[in-house]
Design a protein around this ligand. Structure first.
Ligand code: NAD
Length: 294
């Protein structure tokens, strides 16, 4: 039986680890937080002994600095020769690439495999994975990824999974601003917003964000706007992903002016309302002072 050491049992990692267990993997769940450990059956503190026995080491941690620290303090020292590292966290492209090359130099294999799909997709085993890494590492990772996801795309060399995630999430962030601003304008002009939603949903303005994050309470019953803007996808996570996209834009040299605006707007909004759903941005837009005409 393939032994998996799983680090990070939070919002996403907890349900992902459960799905792997249900699929029959011999999984040990580990987290630094006592509260989180209490929420996951048999979870333990990060353990060198467990890590040393694992065939596969999965990480689902907040940021690149957490993945780097875990690799430097535990994984590089204690992982068994040939072990496969699968990092599912959303981190910057440069760190993902760096860690993969270091792992390879130590006789380990590593893929970056960030996800889209949120906690519901994690619990249902229907996440989308964006993967970067060598072909043989990807082939070895397939059974683990297949258990957790329904759409798995291998983009190529190390870091390309994170590159795809940054680009994908920048589209989501810019689209979110467009949807919120469109509704703010329609509301300011007194339109019936239910009719406006129905129009957009069947016309060129249609998007995932429109259908799942319409910011008008009651128009889409399951949307966060209809539930006090509880996330969903928290503003602080949106801001983090947009900052990662800006880091990728800087490294690649590609100007992304709309992405930069979205990163700025959501970062400012996150300082006041980080734990609300990102669609709550609409309420901030509507509260801005009216423009004056020259
Ligand atoms: P989270 O904060 O809920 O969980 C992260 C967990 O990692 C925490 O429980 C924390 O205690 C633990 N942790 C930190 N350092 C650790 C270490 N050294 N060893 C073991 N455990 C450690 O975060 P999340 O929402 O589950 O997100 C995880 C990653 O997935 C992030 O990179 C996030 O951007 C990405 N992501 C999140 C979502 C979402 O909807 N929440 C969707 C897609 C991707």
């Amino acid at each position: 039986m393939t032994k998996i050491a799983f680090f990070g049992l939070g919002t996403m990692g907890g349900p992902m680890a459960r799905v792997l267990r249900q699929a029959g993997f011999g999984l040990t769940g580990m987290d630094v937080s006592a509260d989180i450990r209490n929420s996951f059956e048999d979870a333990i503190e990060p353990s060198e002994a467990v890590l040393a026995q694992a065939d596969v080491i999965v990480t689902m941690l907040p940021e690149g600095k957490h993945v780097t620290q875990l690799h430097e303090t535990l994984v590089h020292k204690s992982a068994k020769p040939g072990a496969l590292l699968i990092d599912c966290s959303t981190i910057d492209v440069d760190t993902a690439r760096d860690l993969a090359f270091k792992a390879e130099a130590l006789g380990l294999a590593m893929i970056d495999a960030p996800v889209s799909g949120g906690p519901a997709g994690a619990a249902a085993g229907t996440l989308s994975f964006m993967v970067g890494g060598a072909d043989d590492a990807f082939d070895r990772a397939r059974p683990v990824l297949n258990a957790m996801g329904s759409k798995i795309t291998h983009f190529g060399e190390p870091g390309t999974g994170q590159a795809a995630k940054a680009s994908h999430n920048m589209i989501c962030g810019i689209t979110a601003m467009a949807v919120m601003e469109g509704f703010a304008l329609a509301d300011a002009m007194g339109l019936d917003l239910e009719k406006f939603y129905a129009l957009c949903a069947g016309a060129a303005a249609q998007s995932w964000t429109l259908e799942n994050r319409c910011p008008i309470p009651g128009v889409v019953p399951d949307a966060p706007a209809s539930n006090n803007f509880d996330p969903g996808f928290a503003v602080r996570l949106m801001a983090k992903d947009l900052r990662l996209a800006q880091a990728a834009a800087a490294t690649s040299g590609q100007p992304t002016p709309f992405g930069a605006e979205a990163a700025k707007a959501f970062s400012a909004f996150a300082e006041a309302s980080g734990d609300r759903d990102f669609s709550a941005f609409y309420t901030t837009l509507r509260a801005l002072p009216a423009q004056t005409q020259d």
